[in-house]
Every structure is written in structure tokens, then in C-alpha cells.
Design a protein around this ligand. Structure first.
Ligand SMILES: NC(=O)c1ccc[n+]([C@@H]2O[C@H](COP(=O)([O-])OP(=O)(O)OC[C@H]3O[C@@H](n4cnc5c(N)ncnc54)[C@H](OP(=O)(O)O)[C@@H]3O)[C@@H](O)[C@H]2O)c1
Length: 238
């Protein structure tokens, strides 16, 4: 089936769920271009860059430091080339975990930057740059956007912010057939984020033991199965 050339942008595609999305997209033989925005590049991604693959572009950005769109200038190169843009807002941080009163300010600032500010800047820029094209935004949200988890003040509120930001965007674009916006709560995934949660047994994180048991009882899904489920749910063909 003929399909319009797509630009697929994934944040945090070097590991965890983001890497599972990347693996799925990169294995397809089509004209799509996959862009990873992250600090670190995986070994197999580096090999593609070394081979000068036209299918993969790495934009190195520390989302914790992002203040404006200057790091995203490369996206301008694709303005005329692609007809459709998919942005998967995946990168995220769980820290700081702990009681309000014990929070390290540096971690709080990083959380707000990575989980809120950077994705809001990127989404705003994608809409500015690719106006008039088909745009799909997939926000990897969490049950924490709607449910209070003691000790997770920054993470819960960051997820709640992005969910509302996209709900407002969805309302703005409700009459457009070109724009699709999804907030997806993926459930528990066996990634470094879950390992970090198990490793953080601090005062105020009252559900710590529950998260240890999720792993021990095999309740974590693989990143690959979650990525596949989300693509089905959002009608995105890889
Ligand atoms: N795991 C779960 O059970 C679960 C459940 C619900 C929702 N989620 C959500 O799913 C998404 C993916 O999480 P995951 O479980 O795959 O976590 P992960 O394995 O910890 O991966 C997080 C990704 O975010 C990137 N990232 C973090 N800080 C960054 C920064 N400053 N600049 C650029 N990239 C940065 C990481 O890259 P670096 O290697 O550079 O750190 C990594 O690629 C997150 O939004 C998370 O909130 C996860």
C-alpha cells in the first residue's frame, strides 16, 4: 500500500519503551525517517549513523536543559520532504521520589524540564513548523496523571500537566481531520524506570514494596509488547 512519507520523532529512543518504538519503526522497509531526540544513542543507532543511513537522524538534546527550539533546527530540513509527522512523547524521569520537604531542588527542576517544559516546547514547535500537514501526537502518560502516589509529587503532577496540555490541544484541533492526539497510559513496563523505583526505598514512598512485588510476581510487561499495543491502539502502522 502506498503511504505518504512520514517523519517519526521519538524522545528517549535509546532505551526502554522509546527504544521498542524505534526498533519497530526502523525495521520497516519504507521511506519514513525516524528521529531520536535524547542525550544518549544506543550502539545499533550509532552504527546506522556511521553507515550514513538516510532513515535515522539523531538529535542530541538534554531535555533537562532545553529552554527553546534552537536544538531542533534540523527539523526545518524536513518541512517540505514529509507529508505526515508522528511525535511520540516518551522520555520521562521518575525522580525526585520522596516527601515534600525532602525534595532535592535540582531533581525537581530536571523533572519539570524533562516531563513538562521540553515536550511542551517540542509539540508547540512541531505545530508551528508542520502547519497544514497530518500530525499525530502520542503522549506516553501514566496512571500517575490521575492517581495520587505518595512520594511521587513531581512525577504525578508532570504527567497530569502533559495530559491536560494535550487535552487542550485536542480541543483546539477537534474539527481538524489532520490532527490526532492521544494520551496513553501504558501500564507497568519492565524498564530502567521500574528498576529505579524498586531501588528507591525512601521515607514517604509508601507503596515501595508493592512495586518490588510487581516485578517478583511477573506483573511487568515487556517494552516490545507495550510498544506494539500502543501502535495498534493509535492506528499507527509501523
Ligand atoms: N516503566 C513503566 O512502568 C512506566 C509506566 C507508565 C508510564 N511510563 C512512561 O513511559 C515512558 C518511558 O519510560 P521507560 O519506562 O521506558 O523509562 P526509561 O527506561 O527510564 O527510559 C526513559 C527515557 O527517557 C530519556 N531521558 C530521561 N532524561 C532525559 C533527558 N534529560 N534528556 C533526554 N532524554 C532523557 C532516557 O534517556 P537517558 O538514557 O539519556 O536517560 C530514556 O531514553 C516515560 O514517559 C514513563 O513515564 C513508564
Amino acid at each position: 500500500m502506498y503511504r505518504l512519507k512520514r517523519l517519526i520523532i521519538v524522545t528517549g529512543a535509546n532505551k526502554g519503551l522509546g527504544k521498542a518504538f524505534y526498533d519497530r519503526f526502523i525495521s520497516e522497509k519504507n521511506e519514513d525517517i525516524i528521529i531520536s531526540i535524547s542525550r544518549i544513542i544506543s550502539e545499533d543507532q550509532q552504527q546506522l549513523i556511521d553507515k550514513k543511513s538516510s532513515k535515522f537522524v539523531f538529535i542530541p538534546i538534554d531535555l533537562g536543559q532545553m529552554q527553546d527550539t534552537s536544538g531542533l533546527k534540523q527539523l526545518v530540513n524536513f518541512q517540505n520532504e514529509v507529508k505526515e509527522i508522528i511525535y511520540i512523547n516518551n522520555a520521562g524521569v521518575i525522580d525526585p521520589i520522596g516527601k515534600v520537604g525532602d525534595i532535592a531542588i535540582k531533581e525537581l527542576v530536571n523533572s519539570i524540564n524533562v516531563n513538562i517544559l521540553a515536550p511542551a516546547i517540542i509539540i508547540n514547535y512541531v505545530f508551528e513548523l508542520f502547519k497544514g500537514k497530518k500530525i499525530t501526537i502520542v503522549n506516553i502518560s501514566s496512571g500517575a496523571a490521575d492517581h495520587v502516589i505518595e512520594g511521587w509529587g513531581a512525577y504525578c503532577s508532570g504527567k497530569a500537566f502533559m495530559k491536560m496540555f494535550l487535552n487542550v490541544l485536542g480541543e483546539q484541533e477537534k474539527d481538524s481531520s489532520l490532527i490526532e492526539v492521544y494520551n496513553i497510559s501504558p501500564g507497568l513496563i519492565d524498564t530502567e524506570m521500574q528498576r529505579k523505583i524498586r531501588d528507591t526505598n525512601v521515607d514517604g514512598f509508601t507503596r515501595h514494596n508493592e512495586f518490588v512485588l510487581f516485578k517478583e510476581e511477573g506483573k511487568l510487561q515487556s517494552a516490545k509488547e507495550v510498544a506494539n499495543k500502543i501502535l495498534l491502539e493509535t492506528n499507527i502502522s509501523p
